[in-house]
Design a protein around this ligand. Structure first.
Ligand code: ADP
Ligand code: MG
Length: 225
């Protein structure tokens, strides 16, 4: 097996291609994230962080270049192959939690596992275990609306890891929180990544948070430097 969790080669992405308002957001992005490595993706707002993460997460398709997840090239593969890879290999976290409001914290982590064919009992045990790792096990039976912003985001991390992916992609996961909470939640994320041997690519414009990861890549004029 490959020891590379994510490999992007020559990724290009334009919006409004061929029109007067065409924007070339990504102009040949190359990056390799190894298993167990936590990498900060730093760039100002509008530079293309979300575009890059959506392509890496198989939620969007590049105009050129290659996306390899856990050694498998998913460029040009069927929707079904991409959906399977996304479900089993990738955990995605957004700036806003996107938890299902009518389900409890634990249920939000159980549901994606049931969709993957895990038994209710095993899925429940894993949900409790994950919530414990980020210190919110006492909130397992609460709905997202009853949780603080920091708790909601910690539950979202657990949901992203529900199906034991090798790669986590996080798009400004603490961007919506006050600085003190952001710090705690970020600490929980790093601890979770370390304990599970997860590879992670985490977009942020907070340099203090970036400094706590293994390395930083910067997106400038559509390429990583
Ligand atoms: P970031 O996440 O770093 O803030 P984005 O990836 O969201 O940046 O956006 C990069 C650039 O692409 C921005 O200039 C944005 O306006 C533009 N953009 C993003 N999505 C679209 C779209 N669907 N259509 C046209 N332009 C877009
Ligand atoms: Mg963004």
């Amino acid at each position: 097996m490959s020891d590379t969790a994510l490999h992007l080669h020559g990724i290009e992405r334009h919006y409004n291609k061929g029109k007067p308002n065409e924007v070339a957001v990504l102009r040949g992005v190359n990056i390799e994230v190894k298993k167990g490595e936590v990498v900060a993706l730093v760039a100002p707002s509008g530079a293309g962080k979300s575009t890059l993460l959506h392509i890496a997460g198989l939620l969007d398709t590049p105009d050129a270049g290659k996306v390899q997840i856990a050694g498998e090239d998913l460029t040009g593969r069927s929707d079904r192959a991409r959906t399977n890879a996304r479900r089993s290999q990738i955990g995605f976290v957004y700036q806003f939690h996107h938890l299902l409001p009518e389900f409890t914290a634990a249920e939000n982590i159980i549901l994606p596992q049931l969709a993957s064919g895990i038994s209710r009992k095993d899925a429940g045990a894993r949900a409790v275990d994950l919530l414990g790792k980020v210190g919110v096990e006492h909130r397992a039976g609460h709905r997202p609306g009853e949780l603080s912003g920091g708790e909601q985001q910690r539950v979202a991390f657990c949901r992203a890891l529900a199906n034991v992916p090798g790669l986590m992609l996080a798009d400004e996961p603490t961007g919506n929180l006050d600085p003190a909470t952001s710090d705690q939640v970020f600490e929980a994320l790093i601890k979770l990544a370390r304990e599970t041997g997860l590879a992670a690519l985490i977009a942020t414009h907070n340099m203090d948070l970036a400094a706590r990861m293994d390395r930083t890549v910067r997106l400038e004029s559509g390429v990583l430097v």
